[in-house]
Design a protein around this ligand. Structure first.
Ligand SMILES: NC(=O)c1ccc[n+]([C@@H]2O[C@H](COP(=O)([O-])OP(=O)(O)OC[C@H]3O[C@@H](n4cnc5c(N)ncnc54)[C@H](OP(=O)(O)O)[C@@H]3O)[C@@H](O)[C@H]2O)c1
Length: 358
């Protein structure tokens, strides 16, 4: 079976390659997670690989190694443009390995957002006579790497805030309690947002009152790292966040004595009571995170909005009126959403920080 560019198999193989990258998200930091599949000249799969834990070896190298000489004349699918050499680069360039392998067609999901590499891998392969096809799956693959691009240019992660609001803008019906505001489809959507993040963060009050697990259960994909902004009152070791894989607690002083031993402590600059948002993002960038989801209550939402250090805000609005409670104040949120979608009876709206609007 010979594959031509218009063949629906191209899309099917790229979907499969993308699934490999998605499954590796968060395990390869600070490198991006990449998927790669190599087919022989008849379109038969020879090797599948993703970026190894810790970021090396790259997916293309691992797949080509498995495929061996049978890759000659075949196809290579990669979610991210294969890399080229640049000053300070630690791993050998993948574009050169692909050229040596004799692969005839390379299908790329996204150009590399790294300005030192973007376009150069594709150019080098075309110059060597390889046919290069770009297949972005309706921009889903470039979007997967947008947090990496943001990290490369700002040294901070891309921040997505997420909150659910009643029709009268409430976060909860009564202070100090949790109110379920949105429905099952919104829950699934939230789990998809988690699976598309490297780290999910909540404020201490939310951890105490809602006791969330912050894992991915109702959507495909892996669970991200979990983190909590430490509150002045401390938190109970019995919270769900402190069960299972290690949670990161973040605050602006030394490690609290009551923090469970299994949890990691990240000290960030602050005013003595609260972490500064800028300091927090610098430290998360230092840790190599590309995409952070903040499942926020009203106070943390205001702190992020006031700092202007957020990138996307996903608001899920319910048609239900609570008639009182604690309201979200959302200073500086643009009036118009970039995108809207129905989630059962609820509506999800995606807002971009005004400076990021096209
Ligand atoms: N509708 C929704 O989408 C949604 C989502 C999450 C939570 N909730 C609800 O919202 C309520 C909790 O929200 P909240 O606004 O009180 O709390 P929050 O979102 O959990 O954020 C504030 C908490 O984070 C701590 N914190 C640490 N650093 C901070 C910083 N730089 N800026 C702000 N806070 C910082 C605060 O510590 P201190 O305590 O020391 O001040 C406080 O415990 C609960 O009722 C929960 O059920 C609703």
């Amino acid at each position: 079976m010979y594959l031509c560019e218009m063949d629906p198999n191209f899309t099917r193989w790229m979907e499969e390659t993308f699934a490999l990258a998605q499954a590796a998200r968060g395990t390869t930091l600070p490198n991006p997670a990449v998927g790669c599949i190599v087919l022989d000249r008849t379109g038969k799969p020879l090797a599948k690989a993703s970026t190894s834990p810790g970021g090396r070896p790259h997916a293309e190298r691992a797949a080509l190694e498995k495929a061996g000489a049978r890759a000659r004349g075949g196809y290579l699918f990669a979610t991210l443009e294969p890399c080229v050499a640049f000053p300070g680069k630690k791993s050998p360039p993948c574009a050169a390995a692909i050229i040596l392998s004799g692969v005839e067609t390379v299908v790329v999901g996204s150009r590399d957002p790294n300005p030192l590499v973007g376009g150069k891998g594709i150019h080098a392969m075309r110059k060597a006579g390889i046919k290069v096809v770009e297949l972005s799956l309706e921009d889903r693959i470039p979007d997967f790497y947008a947090g990496f691009g943001h990290f490369l240019t700002t040294h901070r992660p891309r921040v997505t805030l997420k909150a659910a609001l009643s029709a009268d803008h409430m976060a909860t019906a009564k202070s100090g309690t949790r109110t379920a505001i949105t429905g099952q489809e919104a829950k699934r959507f939230t789990h998809e947002l988690r699976a598309a993040s490297d780290l999910v963060l909540v404020g201490g009050a939310t951890a105490r009152i809602d006791d969330p697990q912050l894992t991915v259960r109702d959507a495909p994909g892996r669970s991200p790292r979990r983190a909590v902004l430490w509150p002045r009152t401390g938190l109970s070791a019995s919270l769900k966040l402190f069960q299972g894989p290690s949670c990161m607690a973040i605050g602006c002083g030394p490690r609290p004595a009551d923090l469970p031993a299994s949890a990691q402590w990240l000290e960030v600059p602050g005013d003595g009571d609260h972490a500064s948002i800028a300091g927090l993002l610098d430290q998360l960038g230092e840790q190599g995170f590309h995409d952070v989801l903040v499942e926020t209550g009203p106070r943390l939402a205001k702190a992020f909005l006031d700092s202007k250090l957020w990138d996307r805000f996903c608001l899920i609005r319910s048609p239900t009126t609570l008639g009182g409670g604690v309201a979200f104040e959302l200073p500086g949120l643009p009036e118009t959403a970039q995108r809207q979608s129905a989630l059962g009876l609820d509506t999800a709206s995606l807002f971009l920080r005004p400076e990021m609007l096209p």
